[in-house]
Design a protein around this ligand. Structure first.
Ligand code: XIL
Length: 322
């Protein structure tokens, strides 16, 4: 079969890919435009790229991505306004008052959201604010803006654009139940205080072993109980997880396991009621370009396409889940 991901998912939800602006030509361009109908910037819309200094914005790279997406009629998911990583260096050494810092962040969020208001459908407003094992993550934003900084950030984003979808995005909540509990407690708190939040991004950096189907389903159910739109926002599936003997090439056995895991994830997503679906986004196209390889410092093949842009079994698994 040569049916494409986006065609099979048609009208149901977007199928997206994360890419950087130096990967928008050749095979990347061809895959993106035939298989996908949504794009996320892998790093072009992070603070370190855009925020050159207070009131000083560098729009070159995000503009490039937005222009590409617009020309190719791709939906755009904005990632991410506030994240404790990829903070610009000048911000780490900022010596002004907390009040000044807060104004700078408010300006930043409003400037970015406003600039792309008619181009970008959704934003990850705050990324990864809860720690592994639970508890609010200790970041520069918590330190300088105070314990209700997440609410403030959502409010500023909403003030800048009444219609854009606003997401909280995080990883490993299906398997880390203490973290999961605190993520949903945070969302309960926002909702109880009438802070406008539309959805949750479940990153889905997973492996062939973990989390289980039931764990993913339970996480989805927690989100649905809160009327949140759900984005599987950063899907990749490791075949060399901890606790398994490391393989140095993609074996047939692991390729099959990856295909089944991918089908399982897409299956679960597909079953979400219509009104709460938005997109499944894969975090990259070709295996060798995946961030996972550096991050875990071992070989892996976590994506849907191989070195030569050819479909892997995981791609079939994705189609089977649709
Ligand atoms: C990663 C990108 O893939 C890398 O290219 C970049 O250098 C670091 O960030 N969770 C996220 C993403 O929310 O922004 C991260 O992306 C992967 C983990």
């Amino acid at each position: 079969t040569d049916v494409n991901l986006k065609d099979k998912a048609a009208d149901n939800f977007f199928v997206g890919a994360a890419l950087s602006t130096n990967r928008l030509t050749g095979g990347y361009n061809e895959l993106l435009t035939t298989e996908f109908n949504s794009i996320t910037a892998e790093s072009e819309m992070k603070m370190r790229t855009i925020f050159a200094g207070p009131s000083d914005y560098n729009w070159t790279r995000p503009d490039e991505l937005v222009q590409y997406a617009t020309e190719n009629e791709l939906n755009i998911h904005g990632h991410a306004l506030i994240w404790h990583e990829e903070v610009p260096d000048w911000m780490r050494t900022f010596t002004g008052s907390n009040e000044e810092f807060e104004m700078i962040i408010e300006d930043y969020i409003k400037a970015v959201v406003t600039r792309y208001s008619d181009k970008i459908t959704s934003w990850d407003v705050v990324n990864e604010a809860i720690s592994d094992g639970g508890g609010i993550r200790n970041t520069i934003f918590l330190e300088k803006l105070g314990s209700n900084y997440i609410a403030k950030c959502f409010q500023w984003a909403r003030e800048a654009d009444p219609d854009v979808l606003l997401f909280y995005n995080d990883y490993n909540t299906p398997a880390d139940l203490a973290k999961q509990q605190d993520v949903y407690a945070l969302i309960d708190d926002l909702q109880a205080n009438n802070i406008s939040i539309d959805g949750i991004g479940l990153q889905m950096h997973i492996s062939i072993d973990s989390p289980t189907r039931q764990e993913i389903q339970d996480d989805v159910d927690m989100a649905l109980q809160r009327n949140l739109i759900i984005h599987f926002s950063e899907l990749d599936i490791r075949v060399n997880p901890d606790g398994r003997q490391m393989v140095s090439s993609l074996t047939e056995e692991r390729e099959i396991a990856q295909r089944l895991k991918c089908k399982e994830v897409v299956d679960i997503y597909n079953d979400i009621p219509e009104a709460f679906k938005y997109a499944i986004t894969v975090w990259g196209l070709r295996d060798p370009d995946s961030w996972i390889i550096n991050h875990h410092n071992r070989p892996d093949w976590p994506l849907l396409f191989d070195d030569s842009f050819n479909r892997k079994s995981a791609h079939i698994g994705f189609l089977e889940g649709l």
